[in-house]
Design a protein around this ligand. Structure first.
Ligand code: CTP
Length: 401
């Protein structure tokens, strides 16, 4: 179950081209389990009409302060009364200005003023409007009032300019809302982790690697960041976006991964080894591309260091979490690896279930035994792994040791 399940959200849509993203956002929030009630400003209603939002949210759409559909004629009070949050996306420059002034001259501004739940805004505007001192001032005021400002991002704008002011993509706004509601169980904790495959070069154009997609590791990095941790993600080559708020260091080989991990380790409270580190690398890497000779050839391999075992064996070892992907006898192999590497926690899965896909079935192993988790998307599994490790983490003072 994710943090949005059963939450009532009011989504305010103000006038801006980015309103087209709000339609997708309604769909994503609904899919994540939220009950979404859309409120349009007059400007917002000119871009995407109420019909679309009503169909996507399954709820009536509101825009008039005097809407007679509300029995008591108090839409501004009733809509936000039992809401868990109000989210305004896109939030135009004008709406931010009105919000900063505490205006209440339409339904959305009035319910923002009358609410007693958190308010998040996802600004969207031309880059000059975003950079204008008046907008800077308004955003500063809103943050001082406890409003959470989500984005904006830099990039191509509808006006043809390039710069800061583009509304975050719907998936990014969704992630920010989930992060907002996620209890900060790892606040003040520093997490170092590995993810993805490693690539062990044979010559300048060839190498040995594996099919790890990095999805599980990246989902865990995102879940740790959501839980308030400071996350350093040391990753082999993958085709995934870096999760928001995560420090990412890209590497190729196991030796590079080891050296970056060791450099990042001071002060870490947690180390999570999710990477599918190649167990062997070519003993020699050819300086130039190897030419075919038509003969059989062999490549001599030498073992790579076990990064996780090395970290766990340190006298100042952080809380270490390992992964084991097995093709059979999961319990025996996984628990064996946990004991051999002296890990307080290990996540085991059957390879057939995991590699590359979006879902996973895992079993958590710790000193108390085995804890199977139901099959779920990797994001959900990641959230439960983080929750479990947060419970096991020694209650030592947070922050660098
Ligand atoms: N690991 C590591 N460094 C390595 C190898 C593995 O940090 N050189 C970490 C992985 O990130 C994972 C765990 O160790 O957390 C996997 O354990 P391991 O016993 O090495 O698994 P396999 O490599 O799959 O071992 P085997 O091939 O013997 O099953």
């Amino acid at each position: 179950m994710n943090e949005l399940q059963g939450r009532k959200l009011v989504l305010g849509v103000t006038g801006g081209v980015a309103a087209y993203k709000a339609a997708e956002l309604v769909r994503l929030l609904g899919k994540a389990g939220a009950d979404v009630h859309v409120v349009l400003t007059a400007g917002g209603a000119r871009f995407v009409t109420a019909v679309t939002y009503q169909a996507l949210s399954g709820n009536p759409v509101w825009s008039d302060l005097w809407d007679a559909r509300m029995d008591n004629n108090m839409a501004h009070i009733d809509l936000s009364r039992d809401a868990d949050a109000v989210l305004v996306a896109p939030a135009s420059a004008d709406f931010l200005a009105r919000l900063a002034q505490g205006r209440s001259d339409d339904l959305l501004s009035t319910l923002c003023l009358a609410r007693d739940c958190p308010l998040l805004v996802a600004p969207a505007m031309n880059r000059q409007m975003w950079e204008h001192p008046a907008t800077r001032r308004n955003v500063h005021t809103l943050m001082g009032d406890g409003v959470s400002v989500v984005g904006p991002a830099a990039g191509d704008q509808a006006c043809g300019e390039v710069g800061m002011g583009r509304m975050l993509e719907p998936e990014e706004v969704l992630d920010a809302v989930i992060a907002f509601f996620t209890p900060k169980r790892l606040a003040g904790r520093k997490v170092v982790m590995t993810a993805g495959p490693t690539f062990e070069a044979i010559d300048p154009v060839r190498g040995i690697t594996n099919t790890s997609s990095g999805k599980m590791g990246y989902a865990i990095a995102a879940a740790c960041a959501c839980a308030g941790a400071e996350v350093t993600l040391v990753s082999g080559p993958v085709a995934l976006p870096v999760p928001a708020g995560v420090r990412h260091i890209g590497v190729q080989s196991a030796l590079q991964m080891r050296s970056v991990v060791l450099q990042s380790l001071p002060g870490a409270d947690v180390f999570i080894g999710v990477a599918a580190v190649a167990d062997y690398r070519p003993l020699l890497t050819a300086e130039h591309k190897i030419k075919k000779s038509g003969e059989t050839m062999s490549i001599e391999l030498t073992p790579n260091p076990d990064i996780l075992a090395e970290v766990a064996a340190r006298p100042d070892a952080p809380f270490c979490v390992g992964f084991a992907a097995e093709s059979r006898e999961l319990d025996a192999y996984a628990e064996g690896k946990r004991r051999n590497k002296k890990l307080p926690m290990l996540v085991g899965n059957l390879v057939a279930d995991a590699l590359g896909g979006d879902d996973n079935t895992v079993i958590l192993y710790d000193d108390a035994g085995r804890h199977p988790l139901p099959r779920a998307p990797k994001q959900e599994i990641a959230r439960q792994i983080v929750e479990h490790l947060a419970k096991l983490l020694p209650a030592a003072a947070a922050g660098p040791h």
